[in-house]
Design a protein around this ligand. Structure first.
Ligand code: BGC
Ligand code: BGC
Length: 624
């Protein structure tokens, strides 16, 4: 039987090259479409072996070393230590500023140094492009994963990853530390928003979709970037109070106390699927499993991930994570490399790492076979990416600057925003709003704040309130763009002065944070947010509340006063997608990717729990 394909069954996006880059018939189950790389990583082993046989021990260890570009003591170190990789962490910008131009120049100049080494093996440059190329001013910033989880739409997640890949490539960079396939089980955790949601199914399907988007079906495509599934494994399952960062951090980097069965069923699903899809790198977690640091866990890294699941790419340690294994740094390195770590993210201590690992090999404490295996895995990926292709320039393709942050890219992000919004309450058909009201009053601290909309990992590691980046649309601006020319839109942060308006819209919620800094024991709505909602309501008008947050908050005080309530998560730069839903240009389809707790006492709460009685269930979402 042949299947007819209609024109409207295809999703299209136009790339810089002017080509139609995504043509997925909608009847194809997204998890089947291009699920694997056309070439396996192992298929490069012949070429890898040839190169490996010419390498000195120093050159091999160099390949295993990743330094922070910002912390290079001397640029000569790239050649002196044969560095295989560099990263930009959350706060590492080019000295020349944060523009697209400056990033591209930085990449090119560093890569040029690597190409001067004896074997001219290019560096892999890694960055946390976790919701767009979010370190660079003017990039398209997508919703964080918790919002994407509410779309339940793998094809859209794949498209978003393609756009991100293209913007990353515009700067020359070829590697993102994404997707995060964590399964966050306690919303007090500051990294909750980095996961697609509390159900393993979401990490499995959407994580895989993201890998397909980043890597496409062939890593050698000049628009592909290397993906990195993180943080293996159980990062979202740590127990309260075990956090690794002192008192302030209650969950982050803590200990995941679970049976192996639960660890596999809940937290490993995103690795099963991304490995199948051909993910080229995986980052072991800072966290521990039953008291053993993941960076030291040979059973999980080597026996399970590499041997059982068949992961043929390489493992990159988390930022200074090796230091946490044991106080003796040299011993920590031996433990981690012997456990199966292939590349070390040693942002500032790269010289020490290099010297100590060399000593360990010479002393027989790390076998040469382990070094060869690690380097083989790294080189496989470099060959697969086309980095070793002498006919190909390893410098940035600046023609991609044209589509960086372009309206075509922002359209995809806007679609992600529309589909990620979850309508929690809609009394008396408050939504959709009329575009023709005489007056709409807007309030709340996040109504006109692109930084709050974007959340953490935006320009800065922690993100920041205010005009954090260029381009994009605040929700206030989006409302103004949407209403008729005769509609007056007034605004006050505290929600006062709404008298006489037909309707009020209050945008409140969390301000940016990342990682353990975002661990919280109280997720109540801030008093100023409750006040803004109350002030608006006192004008005697219908009130729509839009919540900006990286996780469900305890919203009862706001929900009671609201006529309509929308969870917008951390939508990113495209605030227009929020207005699309408020004014009926898009009927809400989002479904909760997490259970919504009634009170702090209910947390942690997850679908499938005994006596499950949340305020809103996992999967809840109204429409109109
Ligand atoms: C985070 C990772 C991130 C790395 C590099 C770490 O602190 O845990 O998710 O990829 O830093 O910025
Ligand atoms: C870096 C981040 C990193 C973090 C680790 C920050 O200084 O900018 O990239 O994830 O340190 O704690």
């Amino acid at each position: 039987m042949t299947t007819k394909i209609n024109r409207r069954d295809f999703i299209k996006i136009t790339t810089a090259a002017g080509a139609i880059s995504l043509m997925l018939p909608s009847f194809i189950n997204a998890s089947q479409a291009g699920a694997t790389q056309t070439k396996s990583l192992k298929s490069f082993d012949g070429e890898v072996q040839k190169l490996l046989s010419q390498m000195t021990l120093e050159e091999k260890i160099g390949q295993m070393t990743q330094a922070e570009q910002d912390a290079l003591k001397d640029r000569d170190d790239i050649e002196k230590y044969f560095l295989g990789s560099l990263l930009s962490g959350g706060n590492s910008d080019p000295k020349a500023g944060n523009s697209l131009e400056a990033w591209t120049n930085l990449y090119d100049s560093l890569q040029t140094r690597a190409l001067k080494t004896r074997l001219a093996i290019p560096i892999l440059y890694g960055i946390d492009a976790v919701h767009g190329h979010n370190n660079v001013l003017g990039a398209t910033v997508f919703p964080h994963n918790i919002g994407l989880g509410c779309t339940r739409n793998p094809k859209l997640v794949e498209q978003a990853a393609r756009v991100t890949a293209e913007e990353v490539r515009a700067t020359g960079i070829q590697w993102t530390f994404a997707p995060c396939v964590t399964v966050p089980r306690d919303e007090r955790w500051g990294r909750t928003y980095e996961g697609y949601g509390e159900a393993p199914e979401l990490a499995r399907t959407l994580g895989e979709a993201a890998v397909r988007g980043f890597q496409r079906d062939d890593l050698s495509n000049p628009l592909s970037i290397l993906a990195c599934a993180k943080h293996f494994v159980g990062d979202g399952g740590t127990s309260m109070g075990t956090g690794g960062f002192g008192q302030q951090h209650r969950l982050d980097q803590g200990d995941t106390r679970l049976s192996e069965k639960d660890l596999r069923e809940i937290h490993m699903q995103g690795y099963v699927s991304t490995v199948k899809a051909g993910v080229g790198s995986i980052m072991p977690s800072y966290s521990s499993w039953n008291g053993i640091k993941m960076s030291a866990n040979k059973y999980l890294l080597t026996d399970v991930l590499k041997n059982e699941l068949g992961f043929d790419g390489f493992l990159i340690s988390d930022y200074n994570a090796i230091d946490q294994i044991t106080p003796d740094y040299k011993e920590a390195i031996a433990i981690s490399i012997n456990a199966g770590m292939d590349m070390a993210m040693v942002p500032t201590k790269y010289r020490e790492f290099f010297t100590l690992l060399k000593e360990l090999v010479n002393e027989g404490k790390v076998p040469m076979s382990r070094i060869d295996d690690a380097v083989k895995r790294i080189l496989r990926v470099k060959f697969a990416l086309g980095l070793m292709d002498k006919r190909r320039s390893q410098l940035a393709n600046r023609s991609l600057h044209q589509t960086f942050g372009s309206s075509a890219h922002r359209q995809i992000a806007r679609e992600c925003v529309r589909q990620s919004l979850v309508l929690l309450k809609n009394q008396k058909r408050t939504l959709p709003l009329s575009k023709k009201s005489a007056r709409i009053h807007v309030g709340g601290k996040s109504a006109d704040d692109i930084g709050n909309q974007c959340g953490g990992w935006t320009i800065d590691w922690q993100g920041k309130s205010g005009d954090v980046t260029t381009g994009g649309t605040t929700i206030l601006k989006a409302i103004q763009n949407t209403v008729s020319p005769t509609t007056k839109v007034t605004f006050s942060k505290d929600g006062t002065g709404a008298e006489g308006a037909q309707v009020g819209i209050v945008v409140v919620g969390e301000t940016p944070y990342a990682e353990g800094i975002g661990d919280r024991e109280d997720l109540s709505l801030a008093p100023e947010d409750v006040a803004a909602i109350t002030n608006m309501k006192q004008a005697g008008i219908p009130v729509v509340v839009v919540l900006i947050s990286g996780r469900p908050l305890i919203i009862n005080q706001g929900l009671d006063k609201a006529d309509a309530f929308v969870a917008a998560w951390l939508p990113g730069t495209e605030g227009q997608g929020v207005a699309d839903v408020l004014f009926g240009d898009y009927k809400p389809t989002g479904k909760l990717s997490v259970s919504w707790p009634r009170s702090m006492a209910q947390i942690p709460i997850n679908v499938g729990d005994k006596n499950y009685d949340p305020l809103f269930k996992y999967g809840f979402g109204l429409s109109y």
